[in-house]
Design a protein around this ligand. Structure first.
Ligand code: MLT
Ligand code: ZN
Length: 474
């Protein structure tokens, strides 16, 4: 069990990074003790800002010896409180933001080594500078850091084509709980030497080790892109179109996002500069993007043909294909502004779930019925990554409803939604992680043997329980 740090330990930790690389004044600590959604307010005696892996190693060696808890902290965009210290005031915060270098980019190998504190946008820009693509793409990419993306196995809007963060990793450098450095920054596509140890740290939310750098896969830059906003009557029609496009466009289908009418309405209402480009209203909207590195691919023609055929088959109601970059960007802004619009609208209950793609229409129908029954003062805003079977099945407080009463309905609703997810063979956390928020639900729903394996791994890699205690496995 970790314990509160003594003054000697705090002094030793400060010395490990040197003057200018730590905070302990209350005003400086403030941004590090509140999570993005303001669900938690913790406390910490010290924030450390190491500059390199050697300093992270020194810090963890001291914390391990003195049994002091450490909370790794990236861009603080977690929806589940994964990077926030608890209320005890005894957990040290380890900010990774000064480890922000691109160590090496090997264009011929289609790979780059970046440090954990690089923002996702910085990593994307580095790849672009070498005429390569780093394809992970999220609304929070300007703030979210690579270490956090790895630690939550982040997803986003291009998973359909490129996979999640785990799929984009070739190697990792990780500081273990006792300060030892695992130097696994290989840049190999093929390497069958023993267990895939790096994979353990991806999605572990800083509970098994602190990722300090990663070797990431790069791809060719797209040279042809076709983007469309499409209106459909039902999730089933959306699913039918997804299947058709996967068969005709193959890997060129990069994005297939679903939004209900209410999400579009709220976004147009609250977010400046957002408009609905479709001529008529639809019950559901799709943002679809095809990309190819071949500039002669004529993707706009392919997408137009497919959408025309889908209209003839009454699969879709309306569609607009972007004819300029500005139009495509406006469509993306509509999609990416949904979370912001929901924040402006009032309180919301969030469920980041996934089910087999074929079960999404069923999930939406049954899930919406649960919301109507259990949260009569809420409206479903269930949007997300249909191409991955991942919905942000959120519920927004209806205008004028009592926020406290609305929020009290969250727990029974969450149970009912997660029961439905379990029945459909889904996941209660598709891309946002477990953090602190979902530890109880995770523990009660995970396969007991798998959970026991996870606890064994935690015990083996962090025997003193100093790494991000209270997260994932509480
Ligand atoms: C998204 O897809 O927009 C995010 O993962 C969910 C959110 O920000 O609510
Ligand atoms: Zn998402």
């Amino acid at each position: 069990m970790p314990r509160p740090p003594s003054q000697d330990t705090l002094n030793e930790l400060k010395a490990a990074v040197g003057i200018g690389s730590w905070f302990d004044a209350p005003a400086d600590l403030e941004p590090f003790v509140v999570d993005f959604r303001r669900l938690y307010r913790g406390a910490t005696p010290l924030v450390l800002l190491p500059r390199d892996t050697a300093e992270v190693s020194k810090i963890l060696a001291v914390c391990h010896r003195d049994e002091v808890a450490v909370v790794p902290y990236g861009g603080n965009t977690s929806y589940c409180g994964a990077a926030t210290p608890d209320e005890s005031g005894s957990q040290i915060v380890l900010s990774m933001r000064r480890l922000h270098h691109v160590r090496r980019l090997d264009a011929a190998n289609f790979s780059m080594i970046v440090e954990a504190g690089c923002t996702l946008a910085e990593a994307q820009a580095a790849a672009r500078g070498a005429d390569r693509l780093f394809p992970l793409s999220l609304g929070s990419e300007g703030t979210a850091q690579i270490g956090g993306n790895l630690s939550t196995n982040a997803g986003g809007t291009a998973v359909l084509r490129y996979g999640m963060m785990r799929d984009l990793v070739l190697g990792l450098e990780v500081v273990l709980a006792d300060g030892r450095v695992m130097s696994g920054l290989k840049s190999l596509r093929k390497d069958n030497t023993g267990y895939d140890v790096k994979s353990l740290f991806i999605g572990a939310e800083g509970t098994l080790g602190v990722i300090t750098a990663a070797c990431l896969k790069l791809f060719p830059q797209p040279a042809d892109t076709a983007t469309a906003l499409v209106g459909v009557d039902s999730p089933q029609h959306a699913l039918d179109l997804l299947g058709r496009l996967r068969c005709t466009a193959g890997d060129q289908l990069t994005t297939f996002e679903l939004m209900p009418q209410l999400a579009v309405e709220l976004t147009v209402k609250y977010v400046r500069g957002v408009a609905n480009p479709l001529g008529q209203e639809a019950a559901w909207y799709l943002l679809i993007e095809l990309t190819s590195p071949n500039p002669q691919e004529n993707l706009a023609v392919l997408l137009t043909d497919q959408l025309q055929q889908a209209a003839v088959d009454t699969m879709i109601k309306d569609a607009m294909i972007a004819t300029s970059i500005a139009q495509a960007m406006a469509m993306w802004k509509l999609r990416e502004s949904v979370p912001e619009a929901q924040r402006h609208h009032g309180a919301s209950l969030k469920h980041d779930i996934s089910v087999p793609i074929s079960s999404v229409p069923n999930f939406i129908e049954e899930g919406s019925a649960l919301v109507h029954r259990l949260v009569p003062d809420g409206d479903v805003v269930g949007y997300g990554h249909l191409g991955d079977g991942n919905l942000h099945f959120n519920v927004s407080q209806r205008p004028g409803a009592d926020a406290a009463a609305f929020l009290r309905r969250g727990e029974p609703l969450e149970h009912a939604i997660f029961d439905l997810v379990d029945r459909l063979g889904g996941s209660i956390s598709a891309e946002h992680g477990i953090g602190r928020l979902k530890t109880a639900q995770f523990a009660s729903r995970a396969d007991p043997v798998e959970l026991a394996v996870m606890r064994d791994l935690k015990g083996a890699l962090d025997p003193k329980g100093i790494l991000n205690p209270g997260k994932v496995l509480a």
